[in-house]
Design a protein around this ligand. Structure first.
Ligand code: NCD
Length: 313
């Protein structure tokens, strides 16, 4: 088997063949998810614990459904109401949990690097569901599956990632993934929202939507992540929408068959016009959500195989 990881902490450590391995298995789960009976048994007997230290709607629901469809016992820890509030450290929480023998730990945390740290302390396989502005690997994998199904490939595409790159773990994971698969990446946004070192990441940087979207195959929009901003990064939402919000006129610079993506949650009228988001001929935003469940099933299945093999050895 080509997938050799014990944890899924980011896209950075994955090889192109490991990425392809997850996507190929996810394709079979897309079919299962569209069937009337949706149950598999790849995770039967295993315990999956979801620990979300940051609010989440679709990612948490998606991991929960994915685990249940594959027969895991799934538990959601209510982290907002937990001992964290009483001052327990992340590591103490992890060690307490570890003593209950979970097999898969799905973790979202506001601090970059917190999920890696936790993975070093537990015996379970850890999946990063988003850590600070660092990585969000299953989001990049579901985006890749969506692109591959729409465009038939992941190489030699021009992908414009637009908006708040500076605070986005989705952007970072996508840059890793699309770079490994040999697509061309353009980061588009105001200078205040593009990290200073971005030009060294093997990407093009544009501060203008017309140039940034020119001949793009994929236009990926990102939310302004205000919870991670400390200060004023944009003059006003109105001004931002005028310059960087995706509308029909700006999308006109991309290829005629370019697809529009957004990881959600979406702010209509800020980074994207609602009509574009709802246009079934251009927008694949709902398909991204559908692919999310399949990709998480595939990722947990592959990690569980490695976990079982390691325990049997
Ligand atoms: C993203 C996240 O949490 O990083 N959302 C998601 O997982 N669907 C993007 C965002 O919050 O803007």
């Amino acid at each position: 088997m080509t997938f050799r990881q014990r944890h899924l902490l980011g896209i950075e450590p994955l090889s192109p063949s490991e990425i392809t391995c997850v996507l190929d298995l996810a394709e079979s789960y897309v079919d299962l998810n569209r069937a009337v009976e949706k149950h598999g048994d790849a995770l039967a007997g295993l315990t999956q614990v979801n620990m979300f230290f940051e609010a989440s709607t679709r990612t948490q629901a998606s991991f929960e459904i994915a685990g249940q469809r594959l027969g895991a016992d799934v538990m959601n820890m209510a982290m907002q109401a937990s001992s964290i509030k009483k001052g327990e450290t992340l590591i103490d929480t992890a060690l307490t949990l570890n003593a209950m023998h979970p097999d898969l730990l799905v973790v979202r945390h506001p601090h970059s690097g917190a999920v890696d740290l936790l993975a070093q302390k537990v015996t379970a396989s850890v999946l990063n569901a988003g850590d600070g502005r660092h990585e969000h690997p299953t989001q990049a994998l579901l985006d890749a599956l969506t692109i591959r199904r729409a465009k038939g490939r992941l190489h030699r595409l021009t992908v414009a990632i637009c908006g708040d790159i500076a605070h986005s773990r989705v952007a970072r994971s996508n840059i890793w993934l699309l770079g490994k698969m040999e697509s061309r990446i353009r980061l588009v946004g105001p200078p205040t929202l593009i990290p200073a070192g971005a030009a060294d990441w093997g990407v093009e940087v544009c501060h203008d939507m017309a140039a940034g979207l020119a001949d793009a195959d994929v236009v990926m929009m990102l939310r302004l992540q205000r919870e991670r901003m400390d200060g004023g990064f944009i003059p006003s939402e109105r001004e931002y929408y005028h310059r960087y919000g995706l509308d029909a006129e700006k999308l006109g610079h991309a290829k005629d068959d370019a697809i529009v993506m957004h990881p959600g949650p979406m702010n209509r009228g800020v980074e994207i016009d609602g009509t574009i988001a709802d246009d079934i001929n251009r927008s694949v935003i709902q398909e991204q959500v559908e692919m999310g469940v399949a990709v998480r099933m595939a990722a947990m299945d592959l990690l569980a195989r490695n976990l079982r093999a390691a325990r049997a050895a």
